[in-house]
Design a protein around this ligand. Structure first.
Ligand SMILES: Cc1cc2nc3c(=O)[nH]c(=O)nc-3n(C[C@H](O)[C@H](O)[C@H](O)COP(=O)(O)O)c2cc1C
Length: 260
């Protein structure tokens, strides 16, 4: 089972905070040069304090319980920078999952004011913190809110509702389907799953079916991260480009993965 298969949003953490060894590993991880397709440099920081709400740090309005830290960074207020933010922070999240830690993206349910106080830098004039990633040891059992947010089981749209071949027909190829399953299970804000893909030969075009809010660009960055990881594991190499010849269906074009 790879990190993509193992991943789910963890909102209930153990009452035991991360140990020094894990904190060190996280700090090392954040020093690694993760960049997104747009090469925006986003410096991620780890708030290692105990973020339990009673202690008044991040403040997750009751959405997250137990003891956890958070990873976050300042991001330029620009669509393609949000894509990079999602891409890069999800890469970090999948590495944390490989370390057997639980994570959860939060776009709305955290207090920006508290987070800014905790990191001690304020770049609000030019940048924003579009989302944070909580991290800790997963506790058994679900929170009532988990059930409310994700449904009784974690639901996803069917593969053929989101991913298509060049004739906008369902994808038949088994390897492509396996890679796209990894994209299908990517997390997204409010589980909206806005990413659409057209796989045309060595070009894989990524679109947003809904780009009304900035968080959707984070969602597609996360989906692209899952795509790149799975396809690399399958031995496919490639790079992200903007393809002026990409088909223009009724969705907003964002990026193309060019398989070499
Ligand atoms: C950008 C982004 C923002 C999110 N914001 C929140 C949030 O504010 N509160 C929350 O409880 N979950 C949040 N989530 C988690 C989603 O609800 C979750 O990914 C989705 O329901 C799918 O469930 P899963 O991650 O367990 O597969 C967010 C996810 C993403 C990607």
């Amino acid at each position: 089972m790879d990190a993509i298969d193992k991943r789910k949003s963890v909102r209930k953490y153990k009452e035991r905070f991360l140990n020094a060894d894990e904190i060190t590993k996280i700090l090392h991880l954040l020093e690694m040069p993760f960049t997104g397709p747009g090469r925006n440099e986003i410096k991620f920081e780890f708030i290692a304090q105990d973020l339990d709400e009673d202690k008044g740090k991040v403040g997750t309005y009751g959405f997250v319980s137990g003891k956890y830290g958070a990873i976050l960074g300042w991001c330029p207020k620009e669509s393609y920078a949000y894509v990079d933010y999602g891409f890069t922070l999800e890469n970090i999240a999948l590495n944390l999952i490989d370390m057997d830690l639980g994570t959860c993206w939060l776009g709305g349910s955290f207090s920006r004011k508290n987070v800014i106080e905790a990191i001690g830098t304020d770049q609000r004039d030019s940048k924003t913190i579009p989302g944070i990633l909580t991290v800790g040891y997963e506790a058994q059992g679900k929170r009532i809110r988990d059930v409310f947010i994700s449904g009784t089981k974690r639901r996803r749209k069917e593969l053929e509702e989101c991913f298509f071949d060049s004739g906008l027909q369902p994808i038949e190829d088994e390897e492509r389907k396996y890679i796209l399953e990894g994209v299908r299970w990517a997390p997204s804000a409010m589980n909206r799953q806005p990413t659409r893909v057209i796989w045309d030969g060595n070009k894989v075009h990524f679109y947003l079916a809904d780009a009304k809010i900035d968080l959707r660009y984070i969602d597609i960055g996360i989906a692209m991260c899952h795509f790149e990881r799975r396809s690399r594991n399958e031995g496919l190499k490639g790079k992200w480009i903007i393809d002026s010849e990409a088909p223009k269906p009724n969705w907003l074009y964002v990026y193309t993965y060019l398989i070499e």
